[in-house]
Design a protein around this ligand. Structure first.
Ligand code: 5AD
Ligand code: SF4
Length: 465
C-alpha cells in the first residue's frame, strides 16, 4: 500500500533539488508525494538557515504539524516528522530538545540514509539525528532513478563553499566545496532529457567554482562542462546558479559567447557596491572588478542580462557605503535582484562585529534599494515589448485557459488560451510588461531554437531616484 509523503521546501534551489532527490530515495519504499500534510505518513521540512526569518518559519510550521501528528495519534497512526536541510545541520540535536515530537533530524549530506532512519524509528520509536559530512557518499548512494517533472530539471554539480563570506552560514552548514564527477553529471542530465526535460539548471552553492574530474581523471571547469552538456540532443536551454564573481574566468566568459543554448541571463550576486564593505564581507572582489566582469560578459554576449543579491545594513555600513551600492546599481542596470537585510548568523564572523546597523536604518535602505531595482526591472521588462521571445510554458495561470511560461530572462509570461502548450517551447510576441510579469501572444509553432531575437540592449542609463 502506498504511503503519503509531504515535503515542504524552504530557501534556495539547492533545497528544491534535494527535496526531489529525497522523493527519489523514498519512492521505492512506497512513498508517494502529496501536496499537503493532512493525513501524511511522513512530513519532511527541508529547511533554510541563511537568514533568521527562514529558520523561524520552520519552527512555526513545526508547531502546526504537531496538531496534525496528535490528531493522527488519536486514530492510532504515527505520522513521522523529519527536519532536513541547513537548520538540521546547524542546530542538530537542539531541534529535538526544543520539539521532542520531531522523529528525525537529517543533514543535507545524509539523505540517502532516510530509509534506514525510518526503519529504525519505526522499530525503536526513538528520535534520531544524522549529520555526517560525506558528500561523495551522498551522491554515490542516491538512487540512479530520477523523477523528471516537466520540461525543466535541476542537476546539482557542486556543493559547499570555501569562500567564507563573513555573513554567510553556507560554509558551515554545507561544508567544504565539493565537485561531482563529470560522468555522473552527464548521466543525470541525459536521464532528465530522455524523460522530457528541455531545460537544465546546474546547481551549486558556488557553482562556477566547479572543478570535477572526467573519466580520464582530468580536471574540468564549468565552461568545459557546459560545452559537454550543450551537446546532449534535445536539450534547448542551459542555466547555472549561483555564481561568485571571483570564479568567473575567461573560459566561462567565452562560453557565454559560444554556447547558444546557454541562456543570456546570469545571477551574479554582488552584495554591496562599497569596496570597504566588500572587504569586510571577505568577498575578494571590488566594485570595479564586478563591473569589469559584467562588461566582459556583455562583450561576449550582447543580449545578456543580470540579476544579483544585495545585503543592506552589513555591520559598519555607512550612508556613503550605501550610496556606493546605489551607484553600482546605476552603472550595471539589473534585470532583477534580491535585497536582504543583514541578519546576524550565529557562528559567522560578522555576527559579533561592532557597528551592527539599526533595524530602522536597514528598513529604510532596503526600501530605497528595492524601489530603485524594481524600477530597473520594470524598464527591462518594458524593453521586451514588441520583441519575439522563446517561452517555455511551465504551468497553468490563475484564470481558466491561461498558461504561464518563462523567457530566456526568467520573466514570467502570461498567455491566454494556452493550456495546450504546457511544457512546450513556443515563440511569443510580448505585448504588455509589468513589474513581475509580461503578457504576449503566440506567433508560431513550437520553436526549436532557444536563442532570443536580437533586440535593443537594456539601457543602463536608468536615472537614480
Ligand atoms: N544576512 C542577510 N542576507 C544573507 N545572505 C546570505 N547570508 C546572509 C545574511 N547573514 C544573502 C546573500 C546571498 C543570498 C543567498 O542570501 O545575498 O547571496
Ligand atoms: Fe556564502 Fe559567500 Fe559561499 Fe556564497 S560565496 S555561499 S555568500 S560564503
Amino acid at each position: 500500500m502506498s504511503k503519503k509523503l509531504y515535503i515542504k521546501t524552504y530557501g534556495c534551489q539547492m533545497n528544491v533539488y534535494d527535496s526531489t532527490r529525497m522523493g527519489d530515495v523514498l519512492a521505492p519504499f512506497g512513498y508517494v508525494e502529496a501536496d499537503s500534510p493532512e493525513g501524511a505518513d511522513m512530513v519532511i521540512l527541508n529547511t533554510c538557515h541563511i537568514r533568521e526569518k527562514a529558520a523561524e518559519k520552520m519552527y512555526s510550521d513545526l508547531g502546526r504539524l504537531r496538531i496534525e501528528k496528535n490528531a493522527q495519534a488519536e486514530q492510532g497512526k504515527r505520522m513521522l516528522i523529519a527536519v532536513a536541510g541547513c537548520v538540521a545541520q546547524a542546530e542538530g540535536e537542539e531541534i529535538i530538545h526544543r520539539m521532542p515530537y520531531v522523529d528525525m533530524v537529517v543533514g543535507p549530506q545524509s539523505y540517502h540514509t532516510l530509509p534506514d532512519l525510518i526503519a529504525e524509528t519505526e522499530r525503536t520509536h526513538a528520535s534520531l539525528t544524522r549529520l555526517e559530512f560525506v558528500e561523495e557518499q551522498k551522491f554515490d548512494l542516491l538512487p540512479e532513478s530520477l523523477q523528471t517533472q516537466g520540461a525543466t530539471a535541476f542537476v546539482s554539480i557542486q556543493e559547499g563553499c570555501d569562500k567564507f563570506c563573513t555573513f554567510c552560514v553556507v560554509p558551515y552548514t554545507r561544508g567544504a566545496e565539493f565537485s561531482r564527477p563529470v560522468e555522473a553529471i552527464l548521466r543525470e542530465a541525459r536521464t532528465h532529457v530522455s524523460q522530457g526535460a528541455v531545460e537544465l539548471t546546474l546547481l551549486g552553492q558556488n557553482v562556477n567554482a566547479y572543478h570535477g574530474r572526467d573519466a580520464a581523471g582530468n580536471e574540468v571547469g564549468l565552461a568545459q562542462l557546459l560545452t559537454m552538456l550543450a551537446e546532449i540532443p534535445g536539450l534547448t536551454r542551459l542555466r547555472y546558479t549561483t555564481s561568485h564573481p571571483r570564479d568567473v574566468d575567461a573560459a566561462l566568459i567565452r562560453a557565454h559567447g559560444e554556447i547558444d543554448i546557454l541562456m543570456p541571463y546570469l545571477h551574479l550576486p554582488v552584495q554591496s557596491g562599497s569596496d570597504r564593505v566588500l572587504k569586510a564581507m571577505n568577498r575578494k572582489h571590488t566594485a570595479a572588478d564586478y563591473i569589469g566582469i559584467i562588461e566582459q560578459l556583455r562583450a561576449a554576449r550582447p543580449e545578456i542580462a543580470f540579476s544579483s543579491d544585495f545585503i543592506v545594513g552589513f555591520p559598519g555600513e555607512t550612508d556613503a557605503d550605501f550610496e556606493d551600492t546605489l551607484k553600482l546599481v546605476e552603472t550595471v542596470g539589473f534585470a532583477s535582484a534580491y535585497v536582504f537585510k543583514y541578519s546576524p548568523r550565529p557562528g559567522t564572523p560578522a555576527a559579533d562585529k561592532a557597528g551592527q546597523v539599526e533595524e530602522s536604518v536597514k528598513d529604510a535602505r532596503m526600501r530605497t534599494l528595492m524601489d530603485y531595482l524594481d524600477r530597473q526591472k520594470l524598464r527591462f521588462n518594458q524593453s521586451k515589448i514588441g520583441t519575439v521571445q522563446p517561452v517555455l510554458m511551465e504551468r497553468k495561470g490563475k484564470k481558466p485557459g491561461q498558461g504561464i511560461g518563462k523567457t530566456p530572462y526568467m520573466q514570467s509570461v502570461v498567455l491566454e488560451n494556452a493550456v495546450h502548450y504546457d511544457q512546450q517551447l513556443i515563440d511569443v510576441r510580448i505585448t504588455e510588461a509589468y513589474g513581475q510579469s509580461l503578457k504576449g501572444e503566440v506567433v508560431g509553432a513550437a520553436s526549436t531554437e532557444a536563442a532570443p531575437v536580437q533586440e535593443a540592449l537594456f539601457s543602463s542609463a536608468d536615472a537614480r531616484p
